[in-house]
Design a protein around this ligand. Structure first.
Ligand code: PLP
Length: 348
């Protein structure tokens, strides 16, 4: 059992260019983010962390996962493309410096809704110049684009197993250095996972995580090339069909498999159901909770008007997606538009 877990630890470490001893296994990326977002990290010779800032487009497990004692979390803005505003980060770091303080900054590698990739290397350099600690939630990006904890120079990096093709029930918080110490365990009990996440490890899930990490590292280049070709094909076909289409984050570097678009007037609530009836699963840019449709916080942070955000559809291409499936999607989309326009015409 131990051998399986340790083999997986090496595979996961290799995928992100880390040392196996610095991989803390958890049950999900959500757990890893909750473990990371704690101001009590101890760093020999470095100042205590007093402040915390996260980008305004983070996953809820970062935004809500912050240390319970830390109520004062700064939200860093993004520009219209969804890219972090480095000027705003500089201003905040200056403010911390003027108060003789530093803190923990958390910015994701790639956004789960738009696929927009953040300039995390530049962010880490700025945070470190300020004496701070940098956490990067790479759950959505690892296995899709190259991700090296050393190149980014992240102190903490979050990974999810199922996001890179592995089983559910596994994730990891990877430390950039073994001199980092966290006195507060995520789950208290035995000494597993450096005492940070007690409980007998989920060996089958972790073994699968390791296998998926090895496969992702091996297939990274071909995966990126294939996904990008399919995504470009889909974008071109949608653009031709829907000239008014807005492609969110179009001007930014994006994950090769993610596309988030809206055609004004085509409400996601309706198109999602119609596509589902065709056997096509996409997500809307809005989250439905407690019966209320909530506009995406990511699109809102990018300055997208609520009416347009309500039309946003998020398409994620899988590792097995084919050209035929893209063509199927485009045909279904054309039929949907035609039906909608005809219905509107009859109603007018
Ligand atoms: N972070 C990001 C960017 C995600 O996209 C997700 C899941 O969608 C998570 C964290 C949470 O991952 P998990 O489902 O492993 O808890």
């Amino acid at each position: 059992m131990r051998k399986l877990v340790e083999a997986a630890r090496h595979e996961v470490a290799d995928l992100v260019d880390a040392l196996a001893k610095n991989v803390v296994f958890c049950a999900s990326a959500t757990e890893a983010n909750n473990l990371a977002l704690n101001l009590d990290w101890q760093r020999p010779g470095k100042p205590s962390l007093r402040r915390m800032a996260v980008s305004s487009v983070e996953h809820a497990s970062v935004t809500n996962g912050a240390h319970p004692q830390n109520t004062d979390i700064a939200l860093l803005p993004v520009d219209g493309q969804g890219v972090l505003d480095l000027g705003a980060l500089d201003a905040l770091l200056n403010e911390w410096r003027e108060n003789g303080e530093t803190g923990l900054v958390s910015v994701m590698l790639a956004n789960n809704e738009t696929g927009v990739v953040q300039p995390v290397g530049e962010i880490a350099a700025r945070v470190h110049a300020n004496g701070g600690l940098f956490h990067c939630d790479a759950a959505q990006a690892v296995g899709k684009i190259p991700c090296s904890i050393n190149e980014i120079d992240a102190d903490l990096l979050t990974i999810s197993s199922h996001k890179l093709g592995g089983p559910l029930g596994a994730g990891a918080l990877v430390l950039g250095s073994d001199s980092l110490h966290q006195p507060n365990a995520l789950i208290r009990g035995g000494g597993q996972e450096k005492g940070l996440r007690a409980g007998t490890e989920n060996v089958p899930a972790l073994a699968g995580f390791g296998v998926a990490a090895r496969a992702a590292a091996r297939d990274l280049a071909t995966y990126a090339e294939k996904s990008l070709a399919l995504r470009s094909m889909l974008e071109a076909a949608l653009r031709e069909t829907s000239p008014d289409m807005v492609l969110f984050g179009e001007g930014a570097t994006r994950l090769p498999n993610t596309l988030n678009f809206a055609e004004p007037g085509m409400a996601a609530e309706t198109t999602l159901i119609a596509l589902d009836l065709e056997g096509i699963s996409v997500s809307s840019g809005s989250a439905c909770s407690s019966g209320k449709v909530k506009v995406s916080h990511v699109l809102t942070a990018m300055g997208v008007a609520p009416a347009l955000a309500g039309c946003a559809l998020r398409v994620s291409l899988g590792r097995e997606t084919t050209v035929q499936e893209i063509e199927f999607f485009v045909t279904a989309w054309k039929r949907l538009r035609k039906n909608l326009h005809e219905r509107r015409h009859r109603a007018a």
